[in-house]
Design a protein around this ligand. Structure first.
Ligand code: SAH
Length: 467
């Protein structure tokens, strides 16, 4: 419906729903507004920011009646910072929001009306859960160095003394890097001028061992006077690896190809359950270690392994899921695009004395089809865990042709999950259930594990899954 509202108008509305990005949705004379900082159940005065033909954007200016789900955000930067979108919502309401988001994607995009979506597995402690942070480094108009997070939808950096979803150790690391930059006259990177040196600070902390890794992402090939920085960082308990990554491109991608290690082995060692992992700066590792164990437990349960299966784990990262499955299978093959992650995966198999896992570097959508064409590769179970954009169609086609007994789809984006599940189910797979897991409290993100059974034409039995 069109509207005669204008930019900067102030109107009163009741928030009836939430968008998948965490904006409140309210109507004014039938015209839909997406309202920043409002949550479902609020009655509020809102200011129009942008008017489009059939909907508009607004932001909350005055709360008239707060939603019963409203809480006071613990972080003073919760509103301007683009990191947490749901801090003003109680944790229970956040979980409900995520369950609805998954259901709505499966219905609207996937066309599934009767699929079993289980309640989201929530966190016990919903703050300070992240084991990784990537802080952008910029400067303000006065030339002061700023390290923090991007404000919503912009590249201006909000500096907070403490991020409530990160580990408290980050604060000290940032202070040491800032001190070093000031002392040595090292400038932050300016993305408009493509000048200056330090772009991002990547910090990782292994929750099980307390080991720390710091990697400065720089627009250059050398880090001046690095010794002093390394020395001060290594005075911190747990510091294990310090290095820098070279990224001289004009790009929003954080890491460049090349990482130089200044001190330490080039990785940290963490543990999920009873399996240890080496993690290097470029490798993917789930950011929430406590929930990761629950997530992998569900993957294992949905895979329904009995001990004799051949399994392919696509998008395997450092071999996390592969190694969990290898303990219960005959053989696991992992495929991953980042060479350093595959190096970690191979080390990790050795580290845990797991001899029945083999890893390949390459695109899943190329490696698996090639193997299938050449060797008629067989799989009892296939696991996929793609990035946000989901699986390439050529990969899904090969999976359909291989027709495994079970397919487990792990996803951090329920809209591409719904799209891919729709395709797979039209090609004969059956979707049994979807288990969302909250890995990202305070944000709109939600992880899902979906269990599917093999194609209708399959001549094999469908494995019973223990409930
Ligand atoms: N299963 C792993 C990693 C999942 S994240 C874990 O739980 O830790 C997704 C992974 O897919 C990342 O490691 C990323 O590097 C990798 N990736 C991205 N595109 C890919 C592609 N086309 N083929 C194979 N791997 C890819």
């Amino acid at each position: 419906m069109e509207s005669n509202l204008l930019k900067n108008d102030i109107v009163t509305t009741v928030i009836e729903d939430m968008s998948e990005n965490g904006e409140g949705i309210g109507k004014v004379d039938g015209y839909t507004l997406f309202i920043k900082d409002a949550i479902v159940g609020d009655r509020a005065e809102v200011k129009i920011i942008k008017v489009k033909k059939s909907y508009g954007y607004a932001r909350l200016v005055k709360l008239l009646v707060p939603s019963p789900d409203r809480v006071v955000p613990v972080c003073p930067a919760a509103v301007p910072c683009g990191g947490c979108q749901l801090q003003a919502m109680s944790y229970e309401a956040q979980l409900k929001f995520k369950e609805n988001k998954v259901k709505s994607h499966l219905e609207r995009i996937g066309g599934f009306t009767d699929v079993q979506v289980r309640p989201v597995i929530g966190m016990e402690d919903s703050f300070h859960y992240r084991n990784k942070a990537q802080f952008p480094v910029t400067q303000d108009k006065e030339g002061n160095i700023r390290m923090g997070f991007y404000a919503g939808r912009t590249h201006s950096v909000i500096e907070t003394p403490h991020c409530y979803i990160g580990h408290p150790v980050n604060d000290r690391i940032l202070a040491l890097v800032k001190e070093y930059m000031r002392r040595e006259g090292i400038r932050p990177y300016d993305e408009t001028l493509h000048k200056g040196l330090v772009r991002h600070i990547l910090i990782r902390r292994a929750a099980a061992t307390g080991q720390l890794m710091v990697c400065l992402v720089i627009n250059g090939r050398k880090l001046p006077a690095a010794d002093g920085l390394v020395r001060s960082l290594f005075e911190m308990e747990g510091m294990t690896t310090v290095g820098f990554n070279v990224n001289m491109e004009r790009t929003n991608v954080i890491l460049g190809e090349k990482t130089m290690i200044l001190r330490g082995p080039g990785y940290i060692t963490d543990r999920i359950g009873d399996i240890s992992f080496h993690i290097s700066p470029q490798s993917f590792f789930q950011v929430n270690p406590v929930q990761t164990e629950k997530l992998y437990g569900k993957v294992l349960e949905f895979a329904g392994l009995k001990g004799q299966e051949t399994v392919w784990d696509l998008y395997c990262g450092i071999g996390t899921i592969s190694l969990f499955l290898a303990r219960k299978a005959k053989k696991v093959y992992g495929v991953e695009i980042v060479p350093q992650a595959i190096e970690n995966a191979r080390e990790n198999a050795k580290l845990n004395q797991i001899g029945n896992a083999e890893f390949f570097v390459g695109k899943a959508e190329e490696v698996l089809p090639e193997w299938y064409e050449r060797e008629k590769t067989y799989a009892d179970v296939i696991v996929v865990d793609p990035p946000r954009k989901g699986c390439a169609k050529s990969l899904l086609d090969t999976i359909v042709r291989m027709n495994p007994k079970r397919l487990v789809y792990v996803s951090c984006n329920s809209s591409t999950l719904a799209r891919d599940l729709n395709y797979l189910c039209r090609e004969g797979f059956a979707l049994e259930k979807v288990q969302p897991v909250d890995m990202f409290a305070m944000t709109v993100g939600v992880e899902c594990v979906a269990a599917l059974s093999g194609g209708k034409s399959a001549e094999h039995d469908i494995i019973e899954v223990d409930e």
